[in-house]
Design a protein around this ligand. Sequence first.
Ligand code: NDP
Length: 402
Amino acid sequence: MKKIIIIGAGGVGHVVAHKCAQLAEVFPEILLASRTESKCVDIAKHVKQQYGRTIKTAQVDADDVSDLVRLFDNYKPFMVINVALPYQDLTIMDACLEMGVHYLDTANYEPLDTAKFEYKWQWAYQERFKQAGLMALLGSGFDPGATNMFTAFAAKHYFDEIHELDIIDVNGGDHGYPFATNFNPEINIREVTAECRHWENDKFITTPAMSEMQSFTCPDEVGTYNIYRMYHEELESLTKHYPSLKKAQFWMSFGDSYLKHLEILGNVGMTSIEPVKFNGQDIVPIQFLKQLLPDPASLGPSTHGKTCIGCWVRGIKDGKKTTVYIYNVKDHQDCFREVKSQGISYTTGVPTMIGAKMMMTGVWQQPGVWNIEQMDPDPFMADLNEYGLPFQVIENPDFKLV
Ligand code: NDP
């Protein structure tokens, strides 16, 4: 029986545990481990009530390779799903290599003291995973994750060559708070305040954060939103794996209240990652701010509205210019009804479960370190339809993107 360990009991871990528990034939034994075991126990209780399945729990410090090795040695998992924080990617990969365990994550490594995420650290594990006969699947959330698969699916079925890619992430949800983030606040704010980078003519071009904006009308009556260009990690892997791309950009919607709060918090230094002395103690402002903000895992009941996340791809098919928009729309309250979670954790956790399912069932199983778009998108896309995130394709849409 193949066992699985999920590390991280936050908003995403909650959804992954529930979605894996729904598929007993693929995930017959599950252990949920995190820094605070009581959070794992709460999730396990809810899984038991909802599906009658028992999932085990454990405490682990995922910053400590020896603690992870102890856990893996006791439980003997086939694979680990890492939905802790990007800071733990490398320690978990090290423990996987030591104990012969396959690996999957949703966010690339980021050093705690530098707000810069890059794949180079994880790509450097390629030979070691290959030689150990182990697979590491990187970026199996929604973005990165489903967006990489949308791009791969478009490239495979609708184009001879893809030239331009716009990934557009609209969260049309409202949680009722003046300022809250939908996933880990520290990671979210580090990402949003970083300089923007987009791909153009074979190189990344840097522009100030939030300096480019346009209005985007989503399909299916989700609404019209201001979307801001920012850097996102899948741009790095997709431009590497699709060298025909001449331009690639990532856009995300933000409401005025979110942006106003972020600006003011930034102006007074509350989003800084540099430690400051306070009453004789070192504190990191952004970590203190995280303590004050609502826990993203608690936003489920109050969040209403829909997400609309998709890829706008332009290229050539049979010598003609073609545009394809592939997207998913998800209602926050549907997610809450199903697994008691808001839509951002849900749209991340479902592709995480699907990536793990591909590895558990051997549909995707190849030693080495792979970004998700390097796998065949077809079985993954079929599972998005099956497990709660159906996608739509619009060929040559009549609405425009600037
Ligand atoms: P949360 O902050 O809600 O949860 C993180 C969990 O990891 C918490 O349970 C936390 O423990 C645990 N954790 C943190 N440090 C350690 C450690 N050293 N050892 C063990 N456990 C630890 O975050 P989210 O659930 O919102 O996000 C989880 C991950 O998913 C993040 O990496 C995020 O970047 C990624 N993500 C990816 C997306 C995608 O589409 N690809 C979208 C959204 C998120 P404790 O409870 O003690 O704090």
